[in-house]
Design a binder for this molecule. Structure first.
Ligand SMILES: Cc1cc2nc3c(=O)[nH]c(=O)nc-3n(C[C@H](O)[C@H](O)[C@H](O)COP(=O)(O)O)c2cc1C
Length: 243
């Protein structure tokens, strides 16, 4: 799983000092890490490519990661889950990244796959990241959670809510009942009515991102779990049996 401390360090980095640059070694290590990204849905083929920012219409960052995937049920959640592992990997190494839903790239997708989304990144400094939880702007847990949680589980849920999301919409809802934790998608952001791509596209990626945060937090709090996903075109329910 991802590094727990980095959940509270990462942020969307959009400003870069042009005197800094990503080294060849950092690029090679990142490419090697692609292979270590754990999928949510292993039966869906994915591909990630690093290109220079100039090959995209991104407005910041030195490079961009292009995400491609087979278009199968749950592919957006799968890209969110895997891409967030990359976001956290980058932040851990002071490489500032930003999921970039509005960006596109004229690169042809690998056969059988579609272009999904871009993540821009560049070299940053430690001080470009968050130092304190008070720097996050997120909904209170009570707005996205119902059920019985205390102790370690409550701690994990408090941590997971720091996950990033498109327009900070935080479209996840968690229910805990009789040892089962259920995550569903609620696209209730006012922006979802204006930007049509938010509820059915970006918010599915957001749910995958949230699952990466949730699992990292559950593991760090010593809670073992088993996950079952049923992406059947509905509210994208994901169930965790807590042990
Ligand atoms: C799927 C997705 C798409 C996003 N697209 C954009 C974008 O097009 N432009 C942008 O400036 N930020 C974009 N963001 C970044 C969010 O605005 C940001 O994650 C959110 O406001 C929370 O802030 P934080 O990442 O600094 O914690 C996107 C985030 C996600 C998860």
């Amino acid at each position: 799983m991802s590094d727990y401390k980095t959940l509270f360090k990462r942020k969307s980095v959009r400003k870069f000092d042009k005197s800094l640059s990503v080294s060849e070694k950092e690029l090679a290590d990142l490419t090697a890490f692609f292979e270590n990204c754990v999928p949510l849905l292993p039966h869906i083929a994915t591909d990630f490519r690093i290109v220079k920012r100039e090959q995209t219409d991104c407005r910041w960052g030195q490079y961009a990661i292009l995400f491609f995937s087979e278009k199968k049920e749950g592919y957006l959640e799968n890209i969110g889950y895997m891409g967030e592992q990359l976001d956290l990997y980058l932040a851990e190494r002071n490489l500032g990244a930003c999921w970039y839903g509005m960006a596109s790239c004229e690169v042809s997708a690998p056969e059988g796959m579609d272009f999904v989304i871009v993540m821009s990144f560049g070299k940053s400094r430690e001080e470009d990241f968050r130092k304190d939880r008070s720097e996050f702007q997120r909904k209170d847990l009570a707005k996205t959670f119902e059920g019985d949680a205390s102790g370690a589980l409550l701690g994990a849920l408090e941590d997971a809510r720091f996950a990033p999301s498109a327009c900070n919409s935080q479209p996840w809802h968690v229910t805990v009942k009789e040892g089962t934790l259920t995550v569903s998608r609620h696209s209730d952001s006012p922006l979802a009515k204006v930007v049509k791509k938010i509820p059915n596209y970006f918010n599915r990626i957001d749910v995958g991102i949230y699952l990466c945060f949730l699992e990292t937090a559950l593991t760090a709090h010593g809670i073992a779990f088993e996950r079952a996903c049923t992406f059947d075109g509905g509210e994208a329910p994901v169930r965790y049996t807590l042990q």
